[in-house]
Design a protein around this ligand. Structure first.
Ligand SMILES: [Mg+2]
Length: 241
């Protein structure tokens, strides 16, 4: 079954507002037999939390069709050989929970010593050496075998090389090789789509505007550009739905 992957924020909704035509578009695609996936490079929430959010916005979808960067990271770790056994996460709980859900042990962040120094130590300018003495006095646990750093990938991916692992995870789940990605960012969504061999539909709903598309080069160039979700059905990829 054909696969379409929607970037969520800025494409289907913004904050608590559903974008125009979002509900009808998803419904029409599902009725026509498309596998509709939701992707987000935000690792702060779990997939269950996104299901709740989609339900609140009446956009449908279930946990099997949501891929977050936390979830993709968790399954990336799970496929490593040897598999990590003791992970420390520097990041949000969503990421921690998704990794735990694969059965990999994740350290409890609140148990890391030294996070809450005594008041006398943090009092600014009173005793400049106090913090150093405190930190060197803390006895640290043995190091974890893997450290995962959760970041706001949207900010960093534009500066770094976009990694397509989020969309790879969708293709793996869908047992398909091809997909269409609908996103609002040339630097992230279009680049990542092309890295997995998918086609990229750019929607001009704020993040990227018409003139910016002219400057996109290489993998960042969208295959199609639409101004609103209903225009999806004017594209040859979705013709006849
Ligand atoms: Mg977006």
């Amino acid at each position: 079954m054909p696969v379409v992957i929607f970037d969520m924020d800025g494409v289907l909704y913004r904050g608590s507002s559903v974008m125009p035509h979002a509900r009808e578009t998803l419904e029409r695609l599902r009725r026509a037999g498309w596998q509709v996936f939701f992707a987000t490079n935000n690792s702060t929430s779990t997939r269950e939390e996104y299901v709740q959010q989609l339900r609140t916005l009446r956009l449908g979808g279930d946990v099997e069709h949501i891929v977050t960067s936390g979830y993709a990271t968790a399954h990336y770790l799970e496929r490593l050989d040897p598999k990590p056994r003791d992970v420390y996460v520097l990041g949000a709980n969503g990421l921690r929970e998704e990794i735990r859900a694969t059965g990999i042990s994740v350290r409890d962040a609140s148990l890391v010593p030294g996070l809450e120094p005594p008041d006398a130590v943090v009092a600014d300018g009173v005793d400049p050496g106090a913090m150093r003495r405190y930190l060197t006095s803390v006895s640290l646990p043995s190091p974890a075998d893997t450290v995962v750093v959760g970041l706001d990938l949207h900010l960093t991916y534009a500066k770094r090389k976009p990694e397509p692992f989020l969309f790879e995870e969708v293709l793996r789940r869908a047992h398909e090789r091809d997909a269409i990605v609908v996103g609002d960012s040339t630097d992230y969504d279009m680049v990542a789509a092309h890295r997995v061999g998918a086609r990229g539909v750019l929607i001009l709903t704020g993040l990227t505007e018409g003139p910016a598309v002219q400057h996109a080069r290489g993998d960042a160039m969208p295959d199609r550009v639409i101004k609103s979700l209903d225009q999806l059905f004017t594209l040859p990829e979705f013709a006849g739905l």
